[in-house]
Design a protein around this ligand. Sequence first.
Ligand code: IPD
Ligand code: CA
Length: 273
Amino acid sequence: MIRSAPTPRELLEIAVTVARDAAATAHRMRAEGVSVAATKSTVTDVVTAADQAVERQVVDALRALRPDDAVFGEEYGAGPTGQAVEGGVRWVVDPIDGTVNYLYGLPYCAVSLAAEVDGEVVAGVVRNVATGEEWTATAGGGAWREGTRVRCSTETDLGQALVATGFGYDAGRRAHQARVVAELIPHVRDIRRMGAAALDLCLAAEGRVDAYYEKGLAAWDLAAGGLVAREAGLRVTGLSGKPAGPDLVIAAPPALFDPLHTRLAALDASGGP
Ligand code: IPD
Ligand code: CA
């Protein structure tokens, strides 16, 4: 039997259904009380029981709906089905992006779920666990927030730009990132460090910040929010034409991209540990 490849729209419908249920679980578990279940790269890189339970729920739901797809997540990694076959679908999940905010009860944390086909993200959803705000995108189909198309900022002056960023968990990396921010802040309107990369990208998608950059993002932080940002008109790349990835993600409207890129390159924003 030959099965036709799912369309981005079909994948997005599945992603939204699964992400809404996942966000409901995260919301309920937050209300019941949260504590640290484990730590990962450093003592401040925490995992809560909800991170683990939500990812399990997402994996189980995807397996039930699309048993042949691969799933790659933050907490359990690739597992036995993490690698997509050629032409197949791979789902990329961050069960809770902004785990530290979640732990502290700050309303800036999200479920992020994306579908890739042949390594390209074609559909993605980011849903704020605390507020229910939800952003979606399909490749070529635009970026949306709850039925309204969103577009990035039209700001053209870096000096007037509100720029979001984030810091990794490793102390050495943070020290380097702090030096970059210290040198950048005199040249922009201001800096925001809100604590969830996927949401930062979605805010940039609707001009609630003008641009965003960060070193050290993992695939699950970037997949869905990166598509939302791109489909809203931002350029989303690394330094010097490299693809966005762990070395650096710059998401900026076309008019701000070059001046921000120039500053970040001069400050060695992709360098350090
Ligand atoms: C983190 C958040 C944070 C960013 C870090 C990420 P997590 O993800 O997105 O804003 O600065 O780089 O690791 O650990 O909360 O899923
Ligand atoms: Ca996470």
